[in-house]
Design a protein around this ligand. Sequence first.
Ligand SMILES: NC(=O)c1ccc[n+]([C@@H]2O[C@H](COP(=O)([O-])OP(=O)(O)OC[C@H]3O[C@@H](n4cnc5c(N)ncnc54)[C@H](O)[C@@H]3O)[C@@H](O)[C@H]2O)c1
Length: 456
Amino acid sequence: MPVVATATAGVSRHDVKDLALAAQGKKRILWADRDMPVLQQVREKFERERPLQGLRMAACLHVTAETANLVRALRAGGADLLLIASNPLSTQDDVAASLVADFGIGVAAIHGEKPQTYYKHVAMALDHRPHVTMDDGADLVSAMVFIALDRLSAFSENQKPVRDWAEKLSPADRKHAFKDVIGSMEETTTGVIRLRAMEKDGVLQFPVVAVNDAETKHFFDNRYGTGQSTIDGVIRATNMLIAGKQVVIAGYGWCGKGVALRARGLGAHVIVTEVNPVRALEAAMDGFQVMPMAQAATKGDLFITVTGNKHIIGKEHFEVMKHGAMVCNSGHFDIELDLVALNGLTETMTPGVRHEVDEYRLKSGKTVYVIGSGRLVNLAAAEGHPPSVMDMSFATQALATEYCVKHKGKLPNAVVPVPREVEEWVATAKLASMGIGVDVMTAEQKKYGESWEHGT
Ligand SMILES: NC(=O)c1ccc[n+]([C@@H]2O[C@H](COP(=O)([O-])OP(=O)(O)OC[C@H]3O[C@@H](n4cnc5c(N)ncnc54)[C@H](O)[C@@H]3O)[C@@H](O)[C@H]2O)c1
């Protein structure tokens, strides 16, 4: 039984804010497309070869102009696709409208949607009965796993639409509900961590390609994409001068390195907090101050969390912050800042003192500002990663999808890597698009690299 299908004649199934926004959205999509030459090549190849012909796909991704070009490529490959949001604040409503009205692609995503609407859209994705899925954070796959395990009581009140969908199936049908799924792709670090935990528990129902772990993804997207767009989000929201500020960055992984690099480039004094001694050492030798959050909390003018972990900034940290400190998160889920604890310390909270900035006046008399409600600040307050970097991530996504489909039934129900050939093809195509040539090993060098006989 369909959950919701607000389809109107002539346009694909959708639940978007306003189809009248389509003209503006189309401009954005085409603007991004001109800076995504590798994905364009994939789209042209898919148009010729139609590797996804006859397949239904459900994609749970940030609904941005760059994602629109990914789904155009998948559609060119023959997929019948429904796109839903992977975060309530990242949807660009005009892009969603254009995908439906101009490109005939199904979308269920509305900027600022409440949790129940978010999960209504997840239920629509399940109802699409996909053969292939795509996630940014593993929300879709985890819903499928809970259903297949018949653990419907695990769904919260917000997830009721998903539970309602599952309850329409008999327990036996639930077990086999996703038997036609060939596989899934995962876009982000947090999603891959969740999926590995599912694999460890033996509950993954199908193979999942860890697109995030491809070098052509996280070396560039997580580092340069998150680096630039996170600072972009902070500046758009606050218009603050970064130069001379104490900027505390929690987590020195791929994203943290990028944010630290860009903050330093703008003249900030960067402080890094870490739990991994090797990464802490790397940050120290990259020239940043490293210290525990308890100490950094007293120093920062701006705090950015990018750990993928929870409650990085809690009550004890908010209590000792400077008056006027600004706090935001660029990690996947909105759990890195303990906003419940902050609320407990607060006398009055004024939402929207600027777009995406909330003011917390604490009982102590100090003020703390939260940017982007603690959700991914680069998507809540800016436009996410620039197209040029998503070009590589999404070309890798599309080619991983083709690989997954071509290897139907042959991959294990586990987290599997993107094949090396795909990564090399994407890197080579990106270099070519940038007009950069590279050397090729001579036969002599190749032979030397494969031998052991030559020593000192
Ligand atoms: N904003 C975006 O657009 C965007 C893009 C890509 C990834 N992400 C998300 O950002 C997060 C980080 O991704 P990544 O690829 O950098 O991961 P990563 O694993 O490379 O880095 C995370 C780092 O955080 C550190 N960490 C964990 N707990 C910590 C704590 N309590 N205090 C300080 N440091 C701690 C880890 O030791 C690690 O070095 C993930 O949630 C990922 O999904 C966001």
